[in-house]
Structures are given as C-alpha cells and as structure tokens.
Design a protein around this ligand. Structure first.
Ligand SMILES: [Fe+2]
Ligand SMILES: [Fe+2]
Length: 195
C-alpha cells in the first residue's frame, strides 16, 4: 500500500522547502510603505504558515531524523528557535501595523526564520535525503495528513489573509501573463493561418 499515494505526495524534504519558499515569498511582498491592511494580512499569512510548519517539523521531521541519530545538536536547538518565532508571533498579534515597532518586529521575526531555515536547508534536509532516503515519500504523506488536520480549523482565516494580502503588483503580473498569453496565441494563430 501507499506507493501510489506516496508518489502523489511530495517528499517530506521538498514539502519543507516549499513551506520555506512560501513564507519567504510572502515576506518579500512586505515593504515599509505597504498599506497597513496588506501588512496585517501578509503577517497573518506568515504567522499561521510558520505555526503549522513548526508543529509539523516537531511532530514528524525532527523525530524521524533523530531516530537515525543525525545532527542531534541542530535538532535539539530547533524547538527553541521555533519558540523564539512563536514569541515574536504573539508579540505581532498584540500589535497594529501602525505601531512604532511593528516593522522592526516583523524584520526580527524574519531574521530568526532565515537563520533557522538556512540551518535546515543546508544541514538537515540534505542529510535527511541520504539517511531517510527510503522513507521520504511515506513521511511526506504523513505530513500532508497532519497538515490537513491542523489547517482545517483555520481554513477561513488562511483564505481571508491570502486575499487581503494579495498585492496589486502580483495581480498585475497575473493579468499581464494572461494578456501576453492571448497575444502569443493570436500571433501564433495568425502565423499558422498565414503560412
Ligand atoms: Fe524548523
Ligand atoms: Fe522549517
């Protein structure tokens, strides 16, 4: 059992990378002059994503890596770094985007995240791909199931933040891509017709 579903689910390591990319890409939309409502939505998206991601790693990824006896030190300090992020998340939730230290607190959170993500992506993930090579799909599946459980009660919140955090630029890029596609389609159609 499982081979089919395991093929459909990304490996646990790629899933962790995708989570990191999602958080960093959301953060890259946060600029000093971003509208306060958009700031709030971006930060909410980052916070929920980090909370779910940290819990998934603590419940599934770290124990799996610990079971093969690898990088105990890096793994042992990870929950502490997650707690540091959780504290900053709590602080941000008690603030408003217009508060003096809001931007600073967001930057502090992202510094902590980037430092932590660097350790995971350069030490833990490559190592997991060697030492847990035959379990990556199965662990990915386990993570997907648990993610659904953790995200389900927060689905409304996640969707709301995603829409509110959608920057005008990315909507323009998306619209631009559609227009460019139509243009290319028309061009290629005309070329074929003319040929
Ligand atoms: Fe982590
Ligand atoms: Fe991570």
């Amino acid at each position: 059992m499982g081979t089919m579903t395991e093929k459909l689910s990304p490996s646990i390591t790629n899933m962790i990378r995708m989570d990191h990319t999602h958080v960093l890409a959301t953060f890259h939309q946060y600029e000093a002059d971003t509208a306060p409502k958009t700031k709030q939505a971006l930060v909410n998206t980052i916070c929920v994503a980090l909370e779910i991601h940290a819990q998934l790693e603590e419940e599934i990824f770290y124990p799996a890596l610990r079971s093969v006896g690898r990088h105990r030190e890096t793994i042992d300090k990870s929950p502490g770094e997650h707690d540091e992020m959780r504290e900053l998340i709590e602080r941000l939730r008690a603030m408003r985007p217009s508060d003096t230290y809001y931007d600073d607190t967001v930057m502090q959170l992202m510094r902590t995240v980037m430092h932590h993500v660097a350790d995971e992506e350069t030490i833990l993930l490559p190592d997991a791909e060697v030492w847990l090579a035959d379990r990556l799909g199965e662990l990915g599946m386990e993570m997907t199931k648990r993610r659904l459980q953790l995200a389900a009660p927060r689905a409304g919140e996640i969707a709301y933040n995603t829409v509110r955090g959608m920057p005008t630029t990315s909507m323009l890029v998306a619209a631009g891509a559609v227009l460019a596609g139509t243009y290319l389609f028309k061009r290629s159609g005309r070329t074929r017709w003319q040929a």
